[in-house]
Design a protein around this ligand. Structure first.
Ligand code: SAH
Length: 391
């Protein structure tokens, strides 16, 4: 145990810690009882207080000790924008150079926050705006849970009363399973009663298909899983989601089966972004229906596979277009007729570029992808204006 009287050079950001981490910090660094951590956690996540002096039920000595060893450092709101449909987007500064986006989407019975896991993304999915930004780094636990903190404060969210924030989806910028530890720790705070108290099934992690990490998640966590499929055959999926080359559909579906079989009554949502003339034809729907039926049979449960159809959201420089309403309806009908539970996701927040695939924040790219993207834009006769401007 370190001596509590010696000042540490670096303050511990308490937003980095989940319940166990905070208890350990109280015991090992502060020499306090573990349960004292619970009071602080409630101050931070329920009441959105960051100054130890305002945590009035803590003794003076403990407050002084906290000041000496810790801080509560939250993301800086650089810009926020409400949409006409109630959607709200934040641009959050993370380190003075990079910014990420989080989006709140209210609906009749729920309020969903879409949370980012990385600054940019390394996966290069062809139809996603974040990909054009390149990749800088993983977000820390504090930066991930900080997005929930900012939204909850804005909404005046109080757990166990009438809450506005009821769901979190890890569907913002980045691939959450490539930032595994920080994402899992942040999701634990989301589900903790001392944190945001969300039920397991109301926290959803969305992945482009990192097969080994899906297995790890199945062992470590009980959150809902969404898988970005977008095509039911390998050549097309590899074109749209290059990660498919490494983890092709058969391997991905096998991992999904293992995930569901580990948990009674779990289901998986398969996301399918509909792009005109690319993956929206009747044969694509039939192929998808077959794959989904096969999945249900493998796990011996009806409706284990749910399909979420997402009409493509355009962004500057993209070569894709949204499918027409008739194509979307016809696609859905083929799946429904094959007894596959299929929803069409309503587009929300597109007037403020906050819809799926439109998030881009401000990424200092370290992969040269932006330069390549600009060259591609030039080839298409576009000047790339607005490509790296803040949203
Ligand atoms: N990397 C993770 C999470 C981020 S993407 C993943 O791939 O699942 C969240 C969802 O938005 C995914 O289903 C993704 O395919 C979808 N999406 C990306 N770009 C889109 C666009 N331009 N229009 C509609 N949906 C898009």
């Amino acid at each position: 145990m370190s001596d509590v009287s010696t000042a540490t050079a670096k303050l511990q950001n308490l937003l980095e810690l989940d319940r166990v981490g905070l208890e350990d910090f109280f015991a090992d660094t502060l020499g306090e009882k573990r349960y004292r951590a619970h009071q602080v956690m409630k101050w931070i996540h329920h009441r959105h207080v960051t100054d130890f002096d305002d945590m009035t039920d803590l003794g003076k000595a403990l407050r002084a000790k906290l000041q000496q060893h810790a801080e509560v450092c939250v993301p800086v709101v650089q810009f926020e924008r409400p949409s006409t449909d109630g959607t709200h987007k934040w641009l959050l500064g993370m380190d003075g150079r990079n910014a990420i986006e989080a989006v709140f989407i209210p609906d009749k019975s729920r309020g969903t926050l879409c949370v980012s896991s990385q600054v940019g993304c390394a996966l290069n999915c062809q139809f996603c705006s974040t990909a054009t930004q390149g990749f800088n780094r993983n977000l820390s636990t504090a930066e991930i849970i900080g997005q929930v903190w900012v939204a909850a404060r804005h909404l005046g969210n109080v757990p166990h009363r009438q809450r506005k924030l009821t769901n979190v989806v890890m569907m913002g910028m980045g691939e959450p399973l490539m930032n595994y530890d920080n994402v899992v720790r942040a999701m634990s705070v989301m589900r903790d009663d001392l944190g945001y108290g969300l039920a397991n099934k109301r926290v959803t992690l969305s992945t482009a298909g990192m097969v080994p990490m899906i297995d790890r998640l199945g062992e470590d966590s009980d959150v809902s899983l969404a898988v970005s499929l977008h095509a039911a055959n390998d050549p097309l999926r590899t074109e749209l989601v290059p990660l498919n080359k490494k983890y092709p559909i058969a391997e991905l579906m096998a991992a999904c089966e293992r995930y569901v079989l580990r948990k009674p009554r779990a289901s998986i949502t398969f996301e399918y972004t509909l792009m005109k003339g690319v993956n929206d034809q009747p044969e694509h729907a039939r192929e998808l229906a077959r794959l989904m039926r096969q999945f249900d049979r493998a796990v011996q449960m009806n409706d284990a596979a749910k399909v979420n159809l997402i009409p493509f959201n355009p962004f500057p420089g993209t070569r894709f277009e949204r499918s027409g309403d008739d194509e979307i309806r016809a696609f859905q009908k083929i799946l429904l007729d094959a007894k596959v539970l299929t929803m069409v996701r309503r587009t929300r927040g597109d007037d403020i570029d906050a819809a799926c695939g439109q998030l881009k924040g401000q990424v200092v790219d370290r992969t040269r992808r932006q330069a390549e993207f600009r060259k591609e834009l030039a080839r298409q006769g576009l000047n790339g204006e607005g490509v790296d401007a803040a949203a």
